[in-house]
Design a protein around this ligand. Structure first.
Ligand code: K7E
Ligand code: CUA
Length: 652
């Protein structure tokens, strides 16, 4: 909570305020309109106090997930998702490597754009957060009790999983729309055969409501457009998902020109409840497909399974499943208001924000008010489905969120601003400059049935002149804007790690109260776990040496090991015996060519070390765990290949 009292806080406030004033040069009028002291007070979280909200930001090309506190903007954690993370051994340790497996083999990186909280009844429930992998199509699930990635599923017959992972109202599904259409199944063909040969697959991944476990339920075969963003219906529109598309021209080269020919592209309105009926009735095709499904098994070791086919539904054999809403012009975002009635599109090149009406859409479907068909998919008449057009929305409107009080907020990328508009009159009621070029914005609960409102966070691509220079690459940033009053008020700039395409926030108590503090040692089922120091041992198995090691303040057991030879694969299986909160130990060994291990209390992790030279090599704890942390070390002796030095170690 933000609290202010007494002289100490007042002093700190003055310092923060001075910093803020220093940042004012060259800024717009709305920033100077409020006292900077007011802004500082509004974001000041006194030392020892907690933030009010968690904010989860995508890492973009870092492939990770950022966790921040609001309103302070303090970075709390980076959660590794798709990119290897030597800081804790993610993707390097034997227990986690398989999480990054794909049908293309092990991939240590991806581009992640959209974090999406799980929902119950259209409201975030604080259980999981999903995030898409864009380059190698995947969806990951993070458990919010541990802030750990626990599952990654690859999406077959897709390329560029951008319209993802937006969930349905009760997290029945998380969706995946392919940005790039591709030959399906993949095969050799001339690129110029794009038209009518490439497929744009929209995938529905079922989420088990008890466990969160994901399975690819079905895919919908769509014309070869580029599918860009998605949001699912809610309330009356629950059962539908909406996907923007561009390049309905089906160009395969110079898209900046060739995909901007038509006046309108489409939002695909997909009735997934209807698709479920067709799947149940067997009106499907089984497509040979190869994709990886990775998850932690009961021993908390990542396993990777290959799945070999997918179920495909086609509009032609599942009538009434999908309709096109004409939408100007190369639309990007698509956002559904809290009531579930209004569907707002961002149009990168559009001069208005088109807002479709769900009830009008149903009426137009009923009346068969079509202006034609595209590949057999009915195209609804624009005038029949449009609820309103927001005039003068800024240049390059991209993404919209809602405050739950009857207003929508849309980013304008080119004119660098957020515009606030009324869901009743479709008129702009306020605007505020952002610094600069916002992509998404985020309001706590802002894409749900019950937004918490209070703030909008602008997620900016460009920060020229906002921060100290850091060479050619400058930070991306978030800006915190107060939306409690009639006028938006800029409160705070804070840099972000990676490119925050999108972010979601929710009240902190929904997560903090269920946070895991340690993994119970008694339920550690890792087959290489060492649960007491008396069980520590070193075992040779051919050219592999297994070291069953324990870590506790402030020593490893064993801490002297001999009998290892050059070229052996030494598997350090290290178990952290601590059961206290916030006492990880680290493990690093000289010459390791992968990473360290960071062991949470009660956890076992394994790193492989292949000694290349004879000698005596130290290992040590990398996490300053106690006053005697520097004493937490040991040695391993490496003898020449074929040496007669026997395996030995000092036990307890
Ligand atoms: Cu607009 Cu990838 Cu959601 Cu970025 S996307 S901005
Ligand atoms: Cu254990 Cu430092």
């Amino acid at each position: 909570m933000v609290r202010m009292s007494g002289g100490v806080a007042g002093t700190a406030l003055a310092v923060v305020a001075a910093g803020f004033v220093g940042g004012l040069s060259g800024c717009g009028p709305s920033e100077t309109a409020m006292g900077s002291g007011d802004a500082a007070q509004a974001v000041y979280v006194p030392p020892g106090e907690y933030d009010k909200y968690y904010l989860f930001t995508s890492g973009g090309f870092s492939g990770q997930l950022g966790v921040y506190g609001l309103p302070s903007g303090r970075l709390l954690k980076q959660v590794p998702i798709y990119s290897q993370w030597p800081e804790n051994g993610w993707g390097y340790s034997e227990e986690t490597k398989a999480m990054l497996n794909t049908s293309y083999g092990f991939i240590p990186w991806d581009d992640s754009h959209h974090p999406e909280l799980s929902q119950t009844n259209g409201v975030p429930d604080g259980r999981w957060i999903f995030i898409n992998g864009n380059n190698t199509p995947r969806i990951a699930r993070v458990d919010l009790t541990t802030f750990e990635t626990v599952e990654i599923i690859e999406i077959p017959n897709s390329a560029g999983n951008h319209a993802s992972p937006f969930v349905t109202q009760n997290t029945e599904y998380t969706v995946a729309g392919t940005r790039f259409s591709v030959p399906t199944p993949q095969r050799d063909m001339p690129i110029s055969d794009y038209k009518d040969n490439f497929v744009g697959m929209l995938s529905f991944v079922k989420v088990d409501s008890a466990t969160g476990r994901m399975t690819l339920a079905f895919q919908v075969r769509m014309p070869g457009f580029d599918y860009d963003l998605s949001h699912s219906g809610k309330g009356p529109s629950h059962g539908w998902s909406f996907f923007t598309s561009y390049n309905s021209e089906q160009a395969n080269t110079l898209l900046e020109v060739n995909a901007s020919q038509k006046d309108k592209d489409f939002i695909a309105a997909l009735h997934w409840k209807r698709a479920e009926e067709c799947v149940a009735a067997g009106q499907v095709e089984r497509l040979p497909s190869r994709y990886a499904h990775n998850y932690f098994n009961e021993s908390h070791i990542a396993v990777s399974e290959m799945v070999n086919n997918s179920v495909v539904v086609t509009p032609a054999t599942c009538p009434d499943m999908v309709y096109y809403l004409p939408t100007p012009k190369s639309p990007h975002g698509v956002d559904v208001d809290p009531s579930g009635e209004l569907i707002a599109a961002g149009g990168k090149l559009a001069t208005v924000i088109p807002v479709h009406s769900f009830s009008k859409m149903l009426a137009a479907i009923e009346a068969k008010d079509f202006e034609g068909t595209v590949s057999g998919i009915p195209v609804l008449r624009y005038e029949a489905v449009i609820a309103g057009e927001v005039q003068n929305p800024g240049l390059g409107p991209l993404h919209t969120e809602f405050d739950g009080k009857g207003f929508a907020y849309t980013t304008a990328f080119i004119s660098s601003e957020i515009v606030k508009w009324s869901l009743e009159t479709f008129t702009v009621v306020d605007r505020i400059p952002t610094y600069y070029s916002p992509g998404h914005l985020s309001i706590p609960g802002g894409d749900t049935r019950q937004p918490w409102g209070e703030y909008v966070i602008s997620l900016n691509k460009i920060t020229k002149d906002r921060y100290l220079p850091t060479g050619p690459e400058l930070s991306q940033s978030a800006q915190l804007i107060d939306i409690t009053g009639d006028k938006m008020r800029l409160l705070l700039d804070f840099p972000t790690v990676g490119e925050p395409h999108y972010a979601q926030a929710l009240p902190a108590s929904m997560i903090s109260e269920q946070s895991v503090r340690a993994y119970p040692l008694e339920s550690n089922k890792n087959p290489y776990a060492t649960k007491t120091e008396g069980d520590a041992k070193v075992v040779r198995d051919g050219r592999t040496v297994h070291v069953y090691m324990t870590a506790i303040r402030t020593h490893f057991v064993p801490d002297n090991i001999e009998g290892v030879q050059v070229g052996d694969s030494v598997m350090f299986h290290v178990t952290n015996l601590e059961q206290d909160w916030d006492v990880p130990h680290g493990f690093a060994v000289l010459g390791a060519r992968n990473s360290e291990l960071l062991l949470m209390p009660g956890q076992t992790r394994t790193i492989v070390w292949v000694p290349q030279y004879e000698g005596v090599f130290p290992f040590y704890c990398t996490d300053f765990c106690s006053a005697l942390h520097q004493e937490m070390q040991g040695y391993i002796r490496v003898s020449p290949r074929g040496s007669s030095v026997p395996i030995s170690f000092n036990a307890r």
